[in-house]
Structure formats: C-alpha cells, structure tokens
Design a protein around this ligand. Structure first.
Ligand code: NAD
Length: 276
C-alpha cells in the first residue's frame, strides 16, 4: 500500500518538530508538507533541519492550500482556532485529521464534531499516549469501585512554563474518566481551581490543580483520598515522542474508516463498542 501523505501543521512547535522527526522513522507514513503561520520565522527553513533530523529537502511553508493538495491527512498540534479551521478543510477534502490541540472551548468542540459528521475522519484526544489512555481506564474503574460519599477525587498536573491552557487536556480527560466511573457529568462536579474563602470541600466534587514550570513534559496524578488512606494513580511523560507516536498510529488507523469523530480510546481498542 502507498504511504500515507501527512501534513504537519505547527511544524516549528515542540510537538511539530517531534512529529517531523518521527515521521521519517515510521513505516507507512511520509511527510507531504510542513506548515507554519504566515510570518513565522520557520517559514522557508528545511523542516528536517528544524526538527534536528537532518535535511529533508522540504521547506516549511505558510501556503496551506498548496500543502493540503494531494495530502491524505493532517496532524495538528496547534491552537484551538487553527484546529477548528483545519477541521473545516479536512471535511471539505475528506481528509484524516488528527487533533492533539488542547484548550478547545465547548463551541470549538461542537464545531469540530459538526465537521466530523460532515466528511472528516477526525481523531481528537487531549493525550495521545498509550499510558495515559490506559490510565483513564484505571481511573474509571477506581472511581466506580470507591464510594463517592467517602472518597474525594483530586487531579494534580504539572507542565513546562510555556503551556498556555489549564487544566491540561489530559487532566480533563482523566476527570471525565473519573466522572464516568461515578456515573455523573464532569461539568456538574468539577472544581477547576480554588482560592480565598472556598468553604469546605463539596462532597462528590472532582478538583483540579495545575502547576507550571521548567521543562516538565507532563505529569498527572489522580488522587483518591479517603479517611486514613490515599490511592494515587500517576503518569509521567518523559519524552514527547509518546504523543507523536500515538498521533501517527491514529492517522494510520483512521485511514479508510468512515467519517466521524474518534478518540485514542477507539484507536487503541480501549473504548466500549459503538452501537451499529
Ligand atoms: P507550541 O506552541 O510549541 O507549538 C504550536 C505551533 O503551532 C507553533 O509553532 C505555532 O506557530 C503553530 N501554529 C499555531 N497556529 C497556526 C496556524 N494557524 N498555522 C500554522 N501553524 C500554527 O506548542 P506544543 O507544545 O507543540 O503544543 C501544541 C498543542 O498540542 C497544545 O495545545 C498542547 O497542549 C497540545 N499537546 C497535546 C498533546 C496530546 O497528546 N494531545 C501532547 C502535547 C501537547
């Protein structure tokens, strides 16, 4: 079978550079184009050099139309408005669109779901790693087993100083898993931050705390705190390639599937089967 031609948007970013380097080492995919914002310093620079992977003879471009022409899929770790705009392009051209971008609003997510229903094959996840997606299953299991009346759930995360959204997409993904275990909607129980005279903890709440600093790639702890004991489930990302590897498997998985909105749980075979 021909290799899947992928366009990396946000090619000069932390994830973009990791993806460009990994595509060169991954069977079944090829780098079709590397895209950055118009005016970005990286435009015109060899994408491989930028990624530290040696020259690829492919310059980073700001011309999205040219980049998408002849492509099979888009890998997108950028910003919410960009991801929504790219979902529209993926829908119009029937492309695979892997979205790793976090910080999307409910309106952004609704728009992305509409484009998926309308022809795009979208895989979107706040965390593309195998470890975190397995962790989500363990968190759901623990939340189901431990009584909400006496066990408090808190989610703590730490990321590098450049991260622009909080709580992290992964923390929210884990919060959703905990809420699903308890049979409630996360929105009805979440406490996204605390300060000042907060009053006592509301029973059944799922709380979040976000730390930022240094070069931490991503650490998440889900804490189940009871009287006299505490269970902690932890994931530590040590290398961005875990997310990039997940994104490339998602692209290959989505090729040839019907249009729709999928998650990494679908890609990894961890999701409950969908109704036919
Ligand atoms: P970054 O700031 O280093 O990179 C983002 C890049 O996107 C920048 O180079 C920026 O110029 C580019 N960009 C933005 N808008 C663009 C546009 N319209 N056209 C072309 N390029 C555009 O950020 P990062 O650390 O690489 O993270 C990017 C996103 O991915 C964030 O939302 C982050 O939280 C998320 N992320 C997700 C996962 C996951 O597994 N889902 C893992 C790591 C990071």
């Amino acid at each position: 079978m021909d290799e899947m031609r992928l366009v990396v948007v946000g090619a000069a970013g932390r994830m973009g550079r990791t993806l460009v380097a990994l595509i060169g080492e991954t069977k079944g995919v090829t780098l079709h184009a590397a895209v950055e914002r118009p005016g970005a310093e990286a435009v015109g620079v060899d994408a491989g050099i930028l990624a530290g992977a040696g020259s690829l003879g492919l310059a980073v471009t700001a011309d999205l139309d040219a980049a998408l022409s002849g492509a099979d899929g888009i890998i997108d770790f950028t910003a919410p408005a960009t991801s929504v705009a790219l979902a529209a392009r993926a829908s119009a051209a029937g492309l695979v669109h892997v979205i790793g971008t976090t910080g999307c609003s409910a309106a952004d997510d609704a728009a992305i779901a509409r484009f998926a229903a309308d022809g795009a094959r979208i895989v979107k996840s706040g965390n593309m790693s195998l470890g975190v997606n397995l962790l989500a299953g363990l968190v759901e299991l623990a939340a189901r087993a431990l009584p909400a009346g006496s066990v408090d759930i808190e989610i703590a995360e730490m990321h590098h100083r450049h991260k622009v959204d909080a709580p992290s997409g992964t923390a929210l993904l884990l919060g959703k898993a905990a809420a699903a275990g308890r049979g409630v909607d996360l929105a009805s129980v979440e406490v996204l931050s605390r300060e000042g005279q907060t009053g006592a903890r509301v029973p059944g709440a799922i709380g979040f705390a976000a730390l930022r600093g240094g070069s931490v790639i991503g650490e998440h702890s889900v804490i189940f705190a009871a009287d006299g004991e505490r269970l902690e489930l932890v994931h530590r990302a040590e290398d961005r390639s875990i997310f990039a590897r997940g994104a490339l498997s998602a692209a290959l998985w989505a090729q040839g599937r019907p249009a729709g909105l999928y998650t990494m749980q679908d890609v990894l075979g961890l999701a409950a089967p969908r109704p036919a």
